[in-house]
Structures are given as C-alpha cells and as structure tokens.
Design a protein around this ligand. Structure first.
Ligand code: HEM
Length: 456
C-alpha cells in the first residue's frame, strides 16, 4: 500500500524561509500535497503537516494521550502559567473537570445578559463621524465582556491600558512561538522587559479581583472567580493563588482575542457580501423587536420580551455567518502537537518527538470538501457542520483539548453581530487595500481594518 505520508518536494531552507515569511500561504500550498506532509526536517525531531481529517482525529481524539502541546505551550506559559490551555495530561484533566461548570448552560444564560448590556453600551457611544480600527473596537468590547462575565470586574478607564497590554503579550508570544531560537525569558532583552511589564499590568487587574473576592466572597458566588475560590484539590485544600491567577490569565487571553478577531472578519465579510449582509440585518431587526419590552410578537413565556439568551436562539442565519467566518478565518489558524512516544496511526509510524502542525485555516480551504472554497457563503451551513467529515471543519479543535469556551464564543459573537447590525453597518475607509490575514497567536486582520459606522 502506498504511504500516506508524502515528503515535501521543496528544500528545507526554502520551506523555512517561506514559513517565516508567509505561514498561511505555505500551509495552504501544502494542503493538496497529501494526507500527511513530511517537512523532511531532522530525523531526531521530524515535523509533519497534517491535512487529513482521519489523522487529525487520531491525534486529537483517539490517541490524544500520546501527544503533548510541547513548544507552543512552553512559550504561552510565560504569560498564562499552568492554566487549562497549557497544562498537560492528568493536571489538565483535573483542571478541565473543575472548570467545566463555568460554562454550564445556566451560566451561559447569565453571560448572555452581560454581553447584551456591554454591546448596547458600545452601540450607545459608537463613534459615528470618524473611522475606528474595528480590531480595537471589538477587542475592548470582548475584553469588557470576559472581565465582567468571568471575574465580575467592571473595566473602566483602565480598559485601553489593559487592551494594550494584551496586544503586547500576544505579539511577543507569537513572535517567539515560531522563531527558530528561543531566548530564555530570564534574559532581560528589551522585548522581554516589555512583555513582563505587560504581564504585570494584566496581573494587577487579576490580583485586585482576587483580593476583592476574598474579602467579599458572596458577591462573587456564581462567577468563575467564585468557583475557583471554592475549588479544592484532591487533598481537600483550596487551590493556590498562583493557580487561580493562571486560570484567570488563561481565560482572559484565550477568551477574548479569538472572538474579537472572528468578529472583525465577520464585519469585513459582510461588507463584501451584500446579500449576506441584508439577510443578517433582517434577522437582527427581528431580534431587536423581540428583545424590546412589551413586544406583541415575543414569547408569552418570557412575559412578552425575550431574554438575551432566548433572542440569541432566534439568530439562525447569524450563526451561519459566524460559522462561515470561522471556516475562512479560523482564529486558531494552527494547532500544534508533539508525540511523547513512538506512535502508529492508520498504518503509519511516527517516532517520539515528532511535531505535528494542524491548520484549520488550510484545511477549511480544501476545494474538494468546500466547493468555491474561497467564497464567503453562510448558506453552506444550512444543513449544519455535521455534513462534512469530523475534522474537515473544526474551528474549535476537538477531543479532550477542544475549546472549553466554544458555546460562549458563539453566543457572544451572535449577540454582538445581532445587536450592532440592527443599528449600524460598517464600511471600510478607502485606501486600505485588501484585507490581509495576520497570523499571530490568533488570526488577525492586518492593520486592524479602519471602518466607519453608518446608522441604518
Ligand atoms: C471564536 C472564538 C474561539 C475560537 C476559534 C477558539 C478556538 C480554540 C481552539 C482551536 C482550541 C484548541 C487548541 C488546541 O487544541 O491546541 C481552544 C482551546 C481553548 N479555548 Fe478557545 N476559542 C475561542 C474562544 C474561546 C473563549 C471565549 C474561551 C473562554 C471564555 C476560550 C477558552 C479556551 C481554553 C481555556 C482552551 C484550552 C482548552 C483545553 O486545553 O482543555 N476559547 N480554543
């Protein structure tokens, strides 16, 4: 039987340079080459690009225990410590167990109301007469939402400062993950000094919330912070303050830039696709009526007015717009794993310490699966995502390490799109050129996209 692992035809140097310059282009070009593409790097640490859903399922689900996150996690750990995103194996399993309740349905319903309030607050003070960087606008919104919903913390004038600190940590982290040499964090390079300062800014918000929660626990009951304070380890002792800090830092960073980027790509795609925009606006207008007090058409059960969560449930087309945005511009554009022992997958053998690069960005552009793959067409999702093989479409990853916040993210993106689209349309200012993806930790739009809000 022919091997399912194909050696890349280009040289190591050419591959390296191309990846450094244009990782997305490199991964997209490698997608049609084969199920698993060997980059023919050293035999001690071979590297593969994995394109086939069946192999991805092996790595992320069936043989998950044989893999670690490895290098990517060790860099992320500088900022977020040993939280859910970076912990491995048994520690990870325990953490996931105690964090699951943060995203139970009852909590998600309460977060919906916060998302609504924060989005309406932004809508009320939307800058109308000047262009704004959509990236900054969406980042500040989702930062405010995550701080309030998970930490019960209202960000006020410090929001811009925190957002800037987030930006620094993301840029520094992305630069390090994909650079050939990793300088230890203890070396005081100018970049490290700046990164550490940004971490301290974020920590000061986190430690302030922890101290308030300690002195006033009842106020934090029901929040993620309250839950962490009540969590006990296997010996019945409370988890350490460092662990609480790490989980908060993790949720803060994993939980808002991803969604903000998806939203910017969604506004951009809607501007490019007038038909989709019109359909989304019609649905948003209907939702706005249903959410208003006393609407005759709202459900009797909710006293003539839909809660934010019920309103979200009405957003069928908006959900498809988000799914299609996450197909073309998946914020988690690469998922990385390393084998901890020799593994055999689907008849192929891989040695210990092999690296596997899985790119939802490239795989979501597979022409054979998604005809007209580069066209933004939310209607593809009319029949849901299960029409394709598992791991042909997987913006939230999968298996034991799949995204814990996926429902929160869908809810948040849906309500933000719905509420803002019922009042505004966003138009790019001329002269910016095409939107270019910028693959940092998450997939940004280069330059942040300057847009003007027009009242509808
Ligand atoms: C559109 C938005 C989002 C996308 C596309 C996304 C995507 C992902 C992906 C692909 C993973 C798996 C990474 C891997 O396997 O290496 C992941 C993990 C994770 N995400 Fe998300 N995410 C989003 C929003 C969120 C939100 C809102 C939160 C929290 C409130 C969150 C928290 C996490 C955490 C903690 C993990 C680690 C889970 C684990 O290892 O058990 N994410 N996310």
């Amino acid at each position: 039987m022919p091997s399912r692992v194909i050696g890349i035809p280009t040289s190591r140097t050419a591959n390296f340079l191309r990846f450094q310059r244009d990782p997305l282009g490199f991964l997209v070009d490698a997608q049609p080459l084969g199920e698993v593409v060997s980059l023919r790097t050293s035999s001690m640490r071979p590297t593969y690009i994995v394109n086939s859903p069946a192999f991805i399922q092996e790595i992320l689900v069936h043989q998950e225990a044989n893999f670690r996150k490895g290098r990517s996690s060790s860099v992320l750990r500088r900022t977020i410590g040993d939280g859910l995103l970076t912990a491995e194996h048994e520690v990870h399993r325990q953490q996931k167990k105690y964090l699951m309740p943060v995203f139970y349905k009852e909590r998600i319903k309460a977060y919906a109301q916060i998302i609504r309030e924060e989005t309406e607050r932004l809508a009320d003070k939307m800058p109308m007469d000047r262009p704004v960087a959509m990236h900054d606008l969406m980042m500040e919104l989702t930062l405010g939402i995550i701080a309030r919903s998970l930490f019960r913390t209202e960000l006020a004038e410090d929001k811009a400062e925190l957002a800037a600190a987030v930006d620094v940590t993301i840029r520094k982290t992305a630069r390090t993950i994909y650079s050939p040499i990793i300088i230890p964090f203890s070396v005081p390079t100018p970049g490290h000094v700046q990164h550490k300062k940004a971490i301290r800014t974020l920590e000061s918000m986190i430690y302030e919330a922890i101290s308030k929660a300690k002195s006033n626990p009842e106020e934090y009951a029901g929040s993620m912070l309250g839950l962490l304070m009540d969590t006990k380890d296997e010996n019945g002792a409370p988890i350490s303050e460092t662990e609480v800090r790490d989980q908060m830092m993790t949720m803060l960073l994993a939980g808002h830039e991803t969604t903000a980027n998806a939203l910017v790509w969604a506004w951009h795609s809607l501007e490019q696709s007038p038909e989709a925009e019109e359909k989304l606006q019609a649905e948003a207008d209907k939702m706005a009526v249903l959410m208003k007090d006393g609407s005759a058409s709202a459900s009797a059960a909710s006293g003539g007015r839909l809660s934010a969560y019920e309103a979200y449930k009405e957003l069928a087309y908006t959900k498809q717009v988000i799914q299609e945005t996450l197909r073309l511009y998946p914020p988690a554009w690469a998922i990385l794993r390393e084998s901890e022992q020799p593994v055999e997958m689907l008849g192929e053998r891989f040695s210990v310490n092999s690296s596997f690069l899985i790119s939802p960005y490239a795989i979501h552009r597979n022409e054979a699966v998604f005809g007209d793959a580069l066209v933004f067409r939310p209607e593809r999702f009319d029949k849901g995502a299960s029409q394709w093989a598992r791991f042909a479409y997987f913006p939230f990853g999968g298996g034991a390490r799949g995204c814990i916040g996926s429902q929160f993210a869908m809810l948040e993106a849906g309500l933000i799109l719905g509420i803002l689209a019922s009042r505004f349309r966003f138009r790019s200012i001329p002269g910016q050129g095409d939107a270019v993806p910028e693959p940092l930790v998450s997939l940004r739009i280069k330059g942040g996209r300057q847009m003007i809000a027009e009242r509808r």
